[in-house]
Design a protein around this ligand. Sequence first.
Ligand code: HEM
Length: 529
Amino acid sequence: RTVSPTGVGHDGPEDGRDPRGQAGDTLTTPNGVRIPDTDHSLKAGPRGPVLLEDFHLREKIMHFDHERIPERVVHARGAGAHGVFTANGAAASVTRAAVLAEKGLETPVFVRFSTVLGSRGSADTVRDTRGFATKFYTREGTWDLVGNNMPVFFIQDAIKFPDIIHAGKPHPDREIPQAQSAHDTFWDFVTLHTEATHHTIWNMSDRGIPRSYRTMEGFGVHTFRLVNAERETALVKFHWKPKLGVHSLTWEEAQIAGGVDPDFHRRDLADAIENGAFPEWELGIQVFPDTPEETFEGIDLLDPTKIVPEELAPVQPIGTLVLNANPTNFFAETEQVAFHTGHLVPGIEGTNDPLLQGRNFSYLDTQLTRLGGPNFTQLPINRPHAPVNDNSRDGFAQQAVHTGQAPYTPNSVDDGVPFPADWAEGGYVHVPRHVEGAVGRTAPASFDDHFSQPALFYRSLTGVEQQHVADAYTFELGKCYEQSIKERGLSVLARIDAKLCAQVAAGLGLPVPKKVKAEKPRLESPALR
Ligand code: HEM
């Protein structure tokens, strides 16, 4: 069986404790007291009452009572694996981050794939977006690429995230999931907030039901800013391309697979790795000049509902990811791993994409509760592989016994005081950027284009794939109770493609909306006309 070499995929605690957290030959209490019997409570006689003084019973039950932690508010269901990322050196011209730039450099990684809306116990094969989150344990600190298997997102501003998730999660009164029951709130949201149209049509396509995690693409979605050794910048989008190609299940296959084996994707990933069929992806970047407008060929690079077609900006391979070890313990690794879009290393920066900016707040905030206090970077799966000297102290679940008496920098009291590192010493120094504007709850005008790219996506599909899209819209909209929501759904489809709208209208037994026309692509490039 393939397992991660040290049980948690990287070095255990520095203090020499057994990384399994278990030692000795005999059964003990959590305090190391040897015990002869763990099957009978301490009683006054065989038929007598249980005694309050039974410390073993109380410790054992207390721990069990608290074994569960809150599941993630989104992406609760997932499966993870350890692996290695090897850079091919091609990114050296655009970034100083060794993980991407240094030819042949091998960086350990942990990847977690997930569905978005289902609970921890939900089925793998549902129609949903899939998370594709990668933690790179680089020697310059931890970098997380927290992406999805679709290149766009439902909303353009993080302030709407609670709303789209409320619309998609199980109904608060009956706790019935959206999938295969009432769909009104999801479709109400995505037809009122039409920026969601692009992500929604990806969901309704075959991409919404992957065959396997091993056959999914992954996308960083947002545009990121890379900085090279000369402090020159470029804007990029990250793409994971699976070596096995992109494959999906048909709806009927997904129904059967999900019924027979709700762990279909989780099992497939673990079995493949255990049998030595290590899944592989190529990491690639689309590179755009870092202009003040932050657009490329008329496409707003700060709008997470837009892609840049590969015809306009080819994806350039910069390295390979191989997943080669299953987790040893699901809870310790897959459940406790904490990804965060703000985990960046020198040479990689975010942009002003308002969705990304909100995410940068959200992940730390949720993990503070989910992982019980501020010390979750000390959990084995989250521990950086770079030295940590952060002047942070104490807090819930503190594992370290810090020495010294002056946890601040600079100080004149301690010998061990950490020194700040500037750019030349590998420090994370943000590229200076000019910012100005009137304060207000506003968005750029380009964010109003909601239909040209869904239309482009639909036209890029084969006939069979287009039929699957029509079938999916018909089935899913057909589950809505409210006729007005179905009708609004048809109005959205009419703005994507007249044939698609007519097919779905016929399937729903409703008239095609009048006076709504499909949008013309607003892309300037001749390659896309
Ligand atoms: C979790 C991706 C937008 C909040 C996740 C995970 C992924 C992901 C892959 C699962 C991480 C894991 O495996 O542990 C994305 C992508 C987004 C997006 C690609 C858009 C491009 C947002 C936004 C917010 C948000 C806008 C909030 C403002 C969260 C939260 C979690 C999460 C709270 C749970 C994290 C945890 O409990 O550790 N997201 N997300 N996400 N996401 Fe997002």
